[in-house]
Design a protein around this ligand. Structure first.
Ligand SMILES: NC(=O)C1=CN([C@@H]2O[C@H](COP(=O)(O)OP(=O)(O)OC[C@H]3O[C@@H](n4cnc5c(N)ncnc54)[C@H](OP(=O)(O)O)[C@@H]3O)[C@@H](O)[C@H]2O)[C@H](O)CC1
Ligand SMILES: [K+]
Length: 486
C-alpha cells in the first residue's frame, strides 16, 4: 500500500481516465461512500452538505442525492461555477428537485451533521477571505463534521477540524503526518473502484500495513535454541548514561534475541536484565569484543565521547549494526558505509540535522525529503528517521525507496524509547532479517507496543514489556491498521 500526495492522486485519476474509466463513476462511488458513512455513523440526524466549486464539491452533491434517497433530511449549499462532472452531478440532484442554495446562506443548526465538501486535493494555496471565514464558522459550530477526502484547507491554516474523514482511493500525506493528521479525526478509506493499474505507483512511500509486517516476522523452528534465533551485542554506556544500553538490551531480549551481550566501559554500574551477559571493556578494542557471540549489534546508546572507539571496535566484527544516539556522527556512519557493513541508523530530527549539517526544524518539517537525503548521503545505509510518523529510506538501484510507519503515538515521547528501538532492530537483524525488513518490522512492532500501552506516562521499559504480546497479536492476524476500510 502506498502513501499518495494530492498531486500524485490527480495523476492516478488522470491515468484511470486515460485507461477509459469514466471519471463520473469515481465521483458517484465517492459521494455514495460519504452518504453511507454519514447514515451509518449518524443515523436519523439532519445533514448540511457544503460544496465547493471543484470535484470535491461534486462528491458532496452526489452524497446529498444519496442521503436524500435514503430518507435523510438534507440541506445543500454550493459555490457557483461547477463544471464537468460536478456540473452533471448538480443536474442529477436538481432532477430530484433538490436545489442547492448559495454557500453564503449557510448557518449552522444544532444537531446537524456537516459534510465538508469544499476542497480536497485541488487546493493549491491557503484559504483566505470568505473561505477562511466559512471554515472558522464550521469549526465554531458544535456540529460533527465529516470531511470528504481531506478536511478543507489542509495542508495550510486555517482548515476544517473533522470528526471523521472519508478518504477516497488512497491515503495522502495529510492523513498521516502531524499536525495535519489531528484535523482528520477518524480515518475511513473508501476504495471507489479506481482501477488498480492507476494506483500502481511503486516509487511512492510504502505504508507499513499489519499484513505486510506480519509476513516479515522471523519464524522459529521446533528445535530452536538460543544460538539459532539470533544473538545481539549492545555497545554503549558512559559516565552517568547507564540506562541507555540496559534499555537497548531489554528491547533486544523482548524482541526475541536468543542471547544479549552488553559491552560497556569497565567500572560503570549498569542495571542490566539478569539474562544479559556482561563484557566490561578497559579500552574499546576489537580484541575486547572478539569473544562475544553475536550476529548483529547496536552501538551508541549513552556512549558519549566513547561512541567513536566503541563503533570502530564493533565495526571490526563486520556484523549488521544499528547506529544510534552518540554513534550518529557523519564519520562513524561513513566508515560503516565504506566498509560495506550493513548498518541501520536511527536518528531523531536533531541527530539527522547533525548528520546532514542542517537544522532539526527543517528536518521535522520535511521528514520524507530528509530521510531521502540521508539515504543518498550515506549510500547503502538503512535510514530510520524517528518522528510522528517515523520515515524509513534506503538507496535502491538509482533511486531511493521510502516507507512510512503507521504505528506509534505521542505518549512515546519520552527518554529511552529510542534505545529500546535500537535493541529491537538489532534482534531482528540477528534473527537473519535484511536491514530493510528488520528496520520496517522493528519500527512497526515498537510503535504497536506503544499503541497498546498508549497512555502518557508510558516508560520505555513498559513498552519493551509489551513487545512479546504485540508480536503475538501481529502473528495471529489480530492487529488492525489505524484506518478503516469501506
Ligand atoms: N481519484 C480520486 O480520488 C477522486 C477524487 N475526486 C474528488 O476530487 C477532488 C479533487 O477535485 P479538484 O476539482 O481537483 O479540486 P478541489 O475540488 O479540491 O478544488 C478545486 C477548486 O478549488 C480552487 N481553489 C484551490 N485552492 C483554493 C483556495 N485556496 N481558495 C479558493 N479556491 C481555491 C480551484 O480553483 P483555482 O483556479 O482558483 O485554483 C478549483 O476551482 C478530490 O479531493 C476528491 O474529493 C473525484 O470526485 C473522484 C475521483
Ligand atoms: K473536503
Amino acid at each position: 500500500m502506498r502513501l499518495f500526495t494530492s498531486q500524485r492522486m490527480r495523476q492516478a485519476d488522470a491515468t484511470a481516465v486515460g485507461l477509459g474509466f469514466p471519471s463520473l463513476l469515481l465521483m458517484e462511488a465517492a459521494g455514495r461512500a460519504v452518504a453511507e458513512w454519514v447514515l451509518e455513523r449518524f443515523p436519523g440526524r439532519p445533514v448540511a452538505v457544503l460544496c465547493g466549486r471543484g470535484n470535491n464539491g461534486g462528491d458532496g452533491l452526489v452524497a446529498a442525492r444519496h442521503l436524500m434517497l435514503a430518507g435523510a433530511r438534507v440541506r445543500v449549499f454550493a459555490a457557483e461555477g461547477h463544471s464537468g462532472d460536478a456540473a452533471q452531478m448538480q443536474r442529477a440532484l436538481q432532477a430530484h428537485a433538490l436545489e442547492p442554495r448559495p454557500l453564503e446562506q449557510w448557518q449552522p443548526q444544532p444537531g446537524e451533521v456537516i459534510v465538508d465538501a469544499l476542497f480536497g486535493t485541488g487546493l493549491n494555496r491557503r484559504l483566505e477571505g470568505s473561505w477562511a471565514e466559512l471554515v472558522g464558522r464550521i469549526n465554531a459550530s458544535s456540529c460533527p463534521v465529516v470531511a470528504v477526502d481531506l478536511p478543507s484547507g489542509l495542508p495550510f491554516e486555517p482548515h476544517v477540524r473533522a470528526h471523521s474523514t472519508l478518504v477516497l482511493a488512497a491515503l495522502k500525506s495529510e492523513h498521516l503526518f502531524y499536525p495535519w493528521r489531528e484535523a482528520c479525526g477518524r480515518i475511513v478509506l473508501a476504495g471507489i473502484g479506481m482501477p488498480e493499474r492507476s494506483l500502481f505507483q511503486p516509487d511512492l512511500p510504502e505504508l507499513l500495513t499489519p499484513q505486510a509486517m506480519a509476513a516479515l516476522l522471523p519464524r522459529r523452528s521446533g528445535d530452536a535454541h538460543k544460538g539459532s534465533v539470533g544473538r545481539v551485542l549492545i555497545a554503549g554506556g558512559y559516565a552517568n548514561y547507564t540506562g541507555a544500553p540496559a534499555l537497548a538490551a531489554l528491547g533486544a531480549h523482548r524482541a526475541g534475541a536468543g542471547l544479549v551481550s552488553v559491552a560497556y566501559p569497565a567500572g560503570l554500574e549498569l542495571h542490566l536484565p539478569l539474562e544479559s551477559v556482561r563484557y566490561p571493556q578497559e579500552h574499546w578494542s576489537p580484541e575486547g569484543l572478539s569473544h562475544v557471540r553475536a550476529e548483529a549489534a547496536a552501538v551508541g546508546m549513552g556512549a558519549g565521547p566513547q561512541a567513536e572507539p566503541a563503533a570502530q571496535a564493533v565495526l571490526s566484527r563486520r556484523i549488521p549494526t544499528v547506529l544510534d544516539a552518540d554513534a550518529l556522527q557523519p564519520g562513524i556512519v561513513e566508515s560503516y558505509a565504506r566498509a560495506g557493513t550493513p548498518a541501520v541508523i536511527t536518528p531523531h530530527p536533531g541527530e539527522a540535522a547533525r548528520l546532514l549539517g542542517s537544522e532539526a526544524a527543517s528536518i521535522a518539517a520535511s521528514p520524507l525529503e530528509a530521510a531521502r537525503t540521508l539515504a543518498e548521503r550515506f549510500a547503502g545505509v538503512t535510514v530510520v528517521l524517528k518522528g510522528g510518523p517515523t520515515v524509513l529510506a534506503r538507496q535502491r538501484g538509482s533511486g531511493v525507496e521510502l516507507a512510512v510507519g503507521t504505528t506509534g503515538n505521542p505518549a512515546m515521547a519520552s527518554g529511552g524509547m529510542g534505545d529500546v528501538l535500537s535493541g529491537v532492530i538489532a534482534a531482528l537483524l540477528a534473527a537473519g532479517l535484511e536491514p530493510w525488513d528488520a528496520a520496517r518490522l522493528g519500527v512497526y512492532l515498537h510503535g504497536l507496543s506503544g499503541d497498546r500501552r498508549g497512555q502518557v506516562g508510558l516508560l520505555a521499559h513498559d513498552l519493551a514489556e509489551e513487545l512479546p504480546q504485540a508480536r503475538a497479536a501481529l502473528e495471529r492476524g489480530e492487529v488492525r491498521a489505524f484506518w478503516e476500510w469501506r
